[in-house]
Design a protein around this ligand. Structure first.
Ligand code: ADP
Length: 576
């Protein structure tokens, strides 16, 4: 049944019953009032007329006034005949009164008239008693029917009260819950309302909608599956190993290459946390270390991973790409996982090896002839060989400078190849700080003089010793002093200071030269980096080699610089 019909019937029935109740009550009230009116009009008046007539006949003689009262009431009584037999009694009274009127002093006739009046009074009083019984009957009938109508109304109202709200609210509640399910993408949700009311129409519309959504989702899933397969095929065909993780670090996918180099299989990894796999697999362990490094922890310098795969040594550079998206309907970006790409750099690495070997060979081969040239020049400058004229002396000087420069470059290149191949040979032992500083001073003496730069030295009082590779440390200090001289203005002062700081010895070289702009300070220790626009000759290798030499000895190298003010390069090593 339709809700509208249910409401119509329920409320309509209640209304009808209230109407019945009202009508019944009205009817009975009217009946009771009619009964009362009857008693009053029909009988009470007759009793009253009779009483007044009897009063007028109280005395045995009739006075004019009393006659008038009697006749008036008699006339009224004649018009108020309501009971059976009352007509006869009244007519008898009228005729008896007519006889009395002829003979007013007849006491017997008076007595007869009194009896007549009493009879009329009695008849009416009996009628009152009968009608009272009728009225009582009507009143109890009224109570009976009103109670029945009231009870029926109460039952209907109670039934409506208990059933109607539930009938309307329950399906609405069920519908709300189902809509929520649909909103949560549970498109298999259906409504099952029985009957033929509006809610079952609503349920069937809802079910159609859910069915269509399910169908739409299915078709979308097929499309998505197709796209997924396409992307999987692309990733699988990539030469670089790729590993995808969800936000909890569980493996979502791994391409063929990743399986090949790790020696793992899909069953062992998909859906498992990377950290669990790391326990059994060396490669995954080293990758997991970088992915799950504590945020804010110092980043370890990334060295290429050397992996033996496909019958040869391969080199991979690790790239960790955090994946962040803004979910539909949201405004905040959310991390949904990480993609790890191992870029195969074997070819570059092989080329780099070839280049390093080539540089090492060339530098090594050049060093000997350059040294011979320098020796030859020293011989030429010797007075015993013979005096040189001014022109010859100038030529010898410039050949000497060029040879020195060449020797410096070949030296730097050789050191660089040592650094690149990871074959720095260190001989760490207690070394005199003074000797190291003296070496740097001596090596830079003539360069400083030619630019009229004053070298200022400040050493600890007693001969302090440092735990270091003397040659490499002297080479670093020499390089810093040489830079300070080259990148200063003429007539400037370069200060070399060695100070003890706890168990460390700090070497500082301060200049008042060009300074280095903040944006270049991070890259100043990078290989081949040179501040753009600098006109001085150089290779951009000195500082990077210095850093490698100092760090290889467990020390630290630092820079403080301000453009136009000057720079302070310092390094610290353990005290002996
Ligand atoms: P090179 O001096 O051969 O170019 P380095 O590695 O020693 O190579 O130095 C790298 C670069 O750092 C230099 O090219 C120069 O631009 C800058 N630099 C080094 N030392 C100083 C200094 N004391 N003052 C200003 N710039 C400097």
């Amino acid at each position: 049944m339709k809700i509208k019909t249910k409401l119509f019937l329920g409320i309509g029935l209640l209304f009808a019953m209230l109407l019945v109740l009202g009508l019944t009550s009205g009817l009975f009230i009217q009946r009771l009032s009619a009964d009362t009116k009857n008693i009053l009009a029909d009988n009470y008046n007759s009793v009253e007329f009779a009483r007044k007539m009897l009063q007028a006949f109280n005395n045995d003689s009739l006075e004019t006034e009393e006659i008038k009262v009697f006749e008036e009431n008699l006339a009224r009584q004649e018009k108020n005949i309501t009971e059976t037999g009352e007509q006869d009694l009244t007519e008898k009274l009228v005729s008896d009164y007519a006889v009395l009127k002829k003979n007013p002093g007849d006491v017997n006739q008076m007595r007869v008239i009194r009896t007549d009046v009493s009879n009329i009074m009695l008849l009416n009083m009996q009628a009152i008693q009968i009608k009272e019984k009728f009225a009582e009957q009507t009143a109890s009938n009224a109570i009976f029917w009103i109670s029945i109508a009231g009870t029926v109304c109460f039952i209907i109202a109670l039934t409506l009260l208990f059933n109607l709200p539930g009938n309307i609210a329950n399906p609405i509640r069920e519908l709300t819950a189902s809509i929520k399910q649909i909103a949560d993408r549970n498109y298999s949700q259906r409504l099952h309302f029985k009957g033929t009311d509006e809610f079952s129409d609503l349920a069937s519309s809802f079910n159609t909608m859910a069915e269509k959504l399910e169908e739409y989702q299915q078709s979308n899933i097929e499309k998505l599956m197709m796209e997924k397969k396409r992307i999987e095929a692309l990733i699988n065909n990539m030469k670089d190993p790729v590993i995808g993780l969800d936000q909890e670090g569980k493996v979502l996918f791994m391409n063929e290459m990743a399986f090949k180099i790790s020696g793992l299989s899909a069953e062992k990894v998909i859906g498992r946390p990377l950290q669990t796999i790391a326990i059994e697999n060396d490669l995954i362990r080293s990758l997991a270390k970088d992915i799950f490094a504590e945020p804010g922890a110092p980043a370890t310098p990334k060295t290429p991973l050397k992996i033996y795969a496909d019958g040869r040594e391969s080199y991979f550079e690790e790239q960790i790409i955090p994946i962040r998206i803004v979910p539909t309907g949201e405004s905040e970006e959310r991390a949904i996982g990480t993609v790890l790409v191992l870029q195969n750099i074997t070819t570059y690495k092989e080329l780099d090896f070839a280049k390093t070997n080539f540089i090492a060979t060339i530098s090594h081969e050049l060093k000997t002839p350059i040294s011979s040239i320098k020796m030859g020049l020293q011989l030429l400058e010797n007075r015993q060989v013979g005096p040189l004229n001014e022109e010859q002396q100038n030529l010898v000087n410039s050949i000497g400078e060029d040879a020195g420069r060449l020797l410096k470059i070949t030296g730097e290149l050789l050191n660089m190849t040592q650094v690149e191949t990871g074959s720095i040979q260190l001989t760490v032992s207690p070394a005199s700080v003074k000797e190291i500083v003296d070496y740097a001073l001596h090596a830079n003496q003539s360069a400083a003089e030619s630019r009229q730069i004053k070298l200022d030295v400040k050493l600890p009082e007693q001969d302090t010793r440092v735990l270091a590779d003397k040659d490499k440390t002297a080479w670093v200090l020499n390089n810093l002093v040489s830079n300070a001289i080259r990148y200063s203005h003429e007539h400037d002062t370069v200060s070399i200071e060695v100070a003890q700081q706890g168990d460390q010895i700090q070497f500082s070289v301060r200049d008042t030269g060009y300074g280095i702009a903040p944006e270049y300070q991070d890259r100043i220790f990078d290989r081949y980096f040179r501040v753009p626009g600098i006109k001085r000759e150089g290779t951009g290798l000195g500082l990077s080699i210095s850093k490698e030499f100092i760090e290889a000895q467990g020390g630290r190298i630092m820079l403080r610089s301000e453009i136009g003010v000057g720079s302070v390069f310092s390094f610290s090593l353990k005290r002996a």
